[in-house]
Design a protein around this ligand. Structure first.
Ligand code: ZN
Length: 114
């Protein structure tokens, strides 16, 4: 058994990991966002509103869309592209990601999309 681990190999290992050192924190944030949305969805289901209530179904649609975006964000954390704007490729500001961890666009591109 040898203890002299080649230094180059150790460095490659660090580089090969997820690009962001905060990947775990991002996952936690996304988990939280997901459980919040799922709780909202459950609350709407249990509120006893009739299913043809337009407002309720609109709210549900919106929540489901966010849940899909959260899933996509998880995938981007895994492949290391999380935090980059899909519109311009620049990094989305961290304070924006804190509020909207699943967002795919920076403020400028989001505005352009709307
Ligand atoms: Zn952008």
């Amino acid at each position: 058994m040898s203890l002299d681990l080649p230094r180059a190999e150790a460095r490659t290992e660090t580089r090969g990991r997820a690009a962001s050192p905060a990947a775990d924190e991002i996952r936690q944030r996304l988990e939280h966002a997901r459980s919040t949305r799922l709780a909202q969805l459950k609350a709407l289901d249990e509120s006893g509103q009739s299913s043809d209530d337009h407002l309720t179904s609109t709210q549900k649609e919106a929540i489901k869309r966010v849940l899909a975006e959260i899933d996509e964000a998880f995938a981007r954390v895994d492949d290391g592209t999380y935090g980059a704007c899909l519109g311009c490729g620049k990094a989305v500001p961290p304070e924006r990601l804190e509020i909207l961890p699943h967002t795919r666009h920076c403020v400028a591109c989001q505005r352009r999309a709307n």
